[in-house]
Design a protein around this ligand. Structure first.
Ligand code: HEM
Length: 174
């Protein structure tokens, strides 16, 4: 087992994608809570859920971005894949900056048990950037095929095994 597998994940089982699911899910929860609070649905509870959701999302982003950064560092510079991955990084870091700003300026709203208009707009901008970054992340994987092994005939037991086969190790290019 290579030491890099501990951070990057194994061939066919990269670490970054499952962490992105959690991060996007938490920010989505926070955005839905902000909209519900602004609509007056259980306003105080949803305002609390919104702000705490942002904080948990920001904490999760630290781990998610670190794994993404390590994969990004291994991409040959100047290639089409590198350009897409760099756009993805910029979109995700911008989304993170907006969510961080929202949590800071929105702290007063959280204390007052409501989501103000400014906080709602910032949350929606952050969510828009997150969606753009998610689209570009999908492009990295499903169009450029980064970290996809495509071993269609790999036996099911070997494909899901926690110990990568020699074939899987050979198939991982970037
Ligand atoms: C909030 C932070 C981030 C989120 C939510 C996120 C989200 C995503 C998503 C959804 C994918 C596609 C994976 C899939 O569909 O299964 C992806 C792939 C990828 N992302 Fe991110 N990303 C984040 C931060 C970053 C950063 C900061 C970088 C680079 C510095 C980066 C580099 C990559 C790379 C290289 C891939 C290709 C797949 C892989 O390496 O595992 N990501 N990301």
């Amino acid at each position: 087992m290579k030491p890099s597998y501990l951070v990057r994940g194994q061939p066919g089982h990269p670490t970054h994608p499952p962490l992105t699911d959690a991060t996007i899910g938490i920010y989505t929860f926070a955005t839905v809570a902000a909209v519900l609070s602004a609509l007056g649905v259980s306003e105080e509870n949803t305002a609390t859920a919104w702000w705490l959701g942002l904080i948990v999302g920001l904490a999760t982003t630290a781990v998610t971005s670190t794994t993404g950064l390590i994969d990004w560092l291994g991409i040959p510079r100047g290639t089409p894949l590198w350009r897409t991955a760099t756009s993805h990084m910029i979109a995700m870091l911008s989304a993170t900056a907006v969510f961080l700003l929202t949590a800071i300026v929105g702290h007063g709203s959280y204390v007052d048990d409501e989501v103000g208009a400014g906080s709602l707009i910032l949350t929606l901008i952050g969510f828009g950037l997150l969606t753009l970054g998610g689209w570009l992340g999908g492009t990295i994987v499903f169009v450029h095929g980064m970290r996809v092994l495509n071993l269609v005939d790999e036996p099911a037991a070997r494909a899901s095994s926690p110990v990568p086969s020699a074939e899987e190790e050979r198939a991982e290019k970037v």
